[in-house]
Design a protein around this ligand. Sequence first.
Ligand code: UFG
Length: 349
Amino acid sequence: MKQTILVTGGTGFIGSHTSVELIEAGYNVVIVDNLSNSKIEVLDGIEKITGTRPAFEQVDLRDFEATKNVFLKYPDIEGIIHFAASKAVGESVQEPLMYYRNNVVSLLNLLELMPQYNVKGLIFSSSCTVYGQPNPENLPVTEEAPHQKATSPYGNTKEINEQIILDYIHSGANIKSIVLRYFNPIGAHSSAHPSALIGELPNGVPNNLIPYVTQTAMGIRKELTIFGNDYNTPDGTCIRDYIYVVDLAKAHVAAMARVLDQDTDKIEYFNIGTGHGNSTLEIVETFEHATKVKVNWKYGPRREGDIEKIWGDCSKANSILGWKADTPLSDVLLSAWKWQEKLRADGVM
Ligand code: UFG
């Protein structure tokens, strides 16, 4: 029988791609989302790609009773992938209480309900942000690298939530968890049929590099500013581990199968990235080469709080989850561009 998975934040960027991969791997998917930062039409995209429309509940996970009703309505839920969270670093500095309430209370509610409704496994979406700027001798970072104090309330919620899950499992709660620490997810699902696309839909002026690049290439933004060219890196710009969102989504399917079906430790941690870094300049140049579209850009000052360089040692996920990110960067950047073109064609932006 098909196993049923609850995907919180399932209409968001990573959640929608993961829902597609879960459905294609043979799971039943129930999505909950409060649609605070995503659109209901994403369900159409998931349906067009997979031929299956996932069940959907518009629920705010801060609401304990409403969340409980999801488990009452879908008693077969065996696992949860918890994406639902606010994620803008700058906004979290302005609105810390909102970030703590959104990101921490929703996890508390889910954890409390899991044993009551016999839900065995939780995949938690964490971030390489917990490592801060690793010392050079710790690059690429492994899961054992020391954590550093978060530089924003957003980053702190990831650290706190990891700790809450660990404490709960230590208390003897009858659940298991896999914590996935993502590097920088980018790109969009590519499909032979252009209407069957899902992707990233930033609100307003994008903070993240790739949406800014695609919007500049489209002429929506005049110019991309590369934040800083005096870092201690080969070309002076920052380095990140950019992972294709579809590869990232597949890591969740592997993690879910492991947490539900295998006799493993009650909590495990995996870095989810490509294992190598690219500079901001390399990203812009690879984008131009892959798409044959020019991006106006200039160097500007460093962005406050930016990490100079980080990329992940993902060999643990490669060997234990049997998963690897293997989509070439130029294909990934092309997928981001196709998504931007679709947004234009649909009159979204
Ligand atoms: N960048 C630019 N110009 C831009 C936007 C970004 O040069 O207009 C550069 C940044 O300086 C950085 C790189 O592109 O060097 C990537 O920046 P992003 O904002 O896309 O990603 P970050 O690595 O800064 O942030 C990501 C997530 C955050 C998370 C953080 C740490 O987006 O949510 O990783 O985990 F907090």
